[in-house]
Design a protein around this ligand. Structure first.
Ligand SMILES: NC(=O)C1=CN([C@@H]2O[C@H](COP(=O)(O)OP(=O)(O)OC[C@H]3O[C@@H](n4cnc5c(N)ncnc54)[C@H](O)[C@@H]3O)[C@@H](O)[C@H]2O)C=CC1
Ligand SMILES: O=C(CO)COP(=O)(O)O
Length: 334
């Protein structure tokens, strides 16, 4: 299957086009260099997907840099050292080899220094601080893509993470969202994803090439806000679905929550950005992500546990699902 652009639009870059694109950028000096900013569960899987493609495609440098928020493991070793020694993110994606061409780097500035393709994939609350640290440190011709599902809520109103990146760093930012539970993709179970791009189809095609594998099918649509809002708002519905599970209200009620939730996601998205397209909600980033998250996502699990525990404080429950340092747990509990 060839990498795909949106259905109904000018679909699919032909093999001939791809070959000519590859020959133009074949020269080592013109090869795109990729940095993944983030190394959690999804960040690590994204690095694995990308690394398999940079090795295969001559238009990319083989090496993929992965910025790691440095942590000291219980063994006393630095996470970065362990990733580089074992080729595994033993904390956030244990048991999965990332690819020998993934190089973990705890220094944000050095990690992005030479790269013209920046993949942002950290929890949303860290994005503003990361962008501030990157101002003036990235290549002028850099393109970004955000895999972050969430938004910043400011006094002036909500700010999408792609806008935050564009505004703070002065670069174009696409997004990639979809029905993408990371642990399933890590073991190469089939799934789909959606790239949302703003204007430039060629840029979208580069991102599709970078992520696309036989088990990870990527389609691009010209609707950054629609794709990103789908990835963000489905988390709210997933929490409601978790409450339904925890209260044992049954599958019919859960289906109703999902249907009504999808309708509200659409209404809310269009209220914020009238340009959002109806068709986006039928892509992987829309209905498919809503389904997978309401069935198997971490947000659903936390909400279910919360309801089953009669409203026990949410952060205590979420400890069992997210990785959080012992010291932070201790401080929170105090
Ligand atoms: N895990 C999944 O299945 C999927 C996650 N996503 C989205 O991807 C984004 C990243 O999630 P994951 O990779 O799953 O992360 P995660 O929840 O597995 O890990 C948290 C990450 O945050 C880092 N971190 C902790 N404190 C930090 C700080 N102060 N500054 C910067 N980084 C810090 C940790 O080192 C770790 O890499 C989120 O927006 C999530 O919604 C999207 C699709 C699937
Ligand atoms: O976004 C996801 C799947 O597409 C993962 O959702 P959770 O963060 O709820 O696990």
């Amino acid at each position: 299957m060839a990498p795909a652009l949106e259905e109904g639009g000018e679909r699919e870059t032909s093999v001939a086009q791809n070959n000519s694109l590859n020959s133009v950028v074949n020269d080592a000096t013109h090869r795109s260099k990729v940095t993944v900013i983030g190394s959690g569960n999804w960040g690590s899987v994204a690095a694995k997907l990308i690394a398999s493609n940079t090795l295969r495609l001559s238009s990319f440098h083989d090496e993929v840099r992965m910025w790691v928020y440095e942590e000291t493991l219980l063994s006393g070793e630095k996470l970065t050292d362990v990733i580089n020694r074992t080729n595994e993110n033993v904390k956030y994606l244990p048991g999965i080899k990332l690819g020998k061409n993934v190089v973990a780097d705890p220094d944000l500035e050095s990690a992005v220094k030479d790269s013209n393709m920046l993949v942002f994939v950290t929890p949303h609350q860290f994005m503003e601080g990361i962008c501030k640290r990157l101002v003036g440190k990235i290549r002028e011709d850099a393109e970004a893509i955000s895999l972050v599902k969430g938004m910043e809520v400011k006094m002036e109103g909500p700010c999408m993470i792609s806008s935050l990146i564009s505004q703070q760093l002065g670069i174009n930012c696409s997004v990639l969202m979809g029905a993408n539970i990371a642990n399933e993709i890590a073991v190469e179970k089939f799934s789909e994803a959606t790239v949302g791009y703003r204007l430039n189809r060629e840029v979208a095609e580069r991102w599709v090439q970078l992520f696309y594998t036989h088990y990870f099918i990527v389609t691009a649509v010209q609707d950054v806000e629609g794709v990103e809002l789908c990835g963000t708002l489905k988390n709210v519905v997933a929490i409601a679905a978790g409450f339904v599970d925890g209260l044992e209200m049954g599958n019919n009620t859960k289906a109703a929550i999902m249907r009504l939730g999808l309708r509200e996601m659409k209404a809310f998205s269009k209220l914020l950005f009238p340009s959002v397209k109806d068709s986006t909600f039928f892509e992987s980033c829309g209905v498919a992500d809503l389904i997978t998250t309401c069935l198997g996502g971490r947000n659903r699990k936390v909400a279910e546990a919360y309801a089953r525990n009669g409203g026990k404080r949410l952060f205590c429950i979420s400890f069992s699902f997210v990785h959080i340092s012992r010291e932070r747990k201790r401080k929170c509990l105090i």
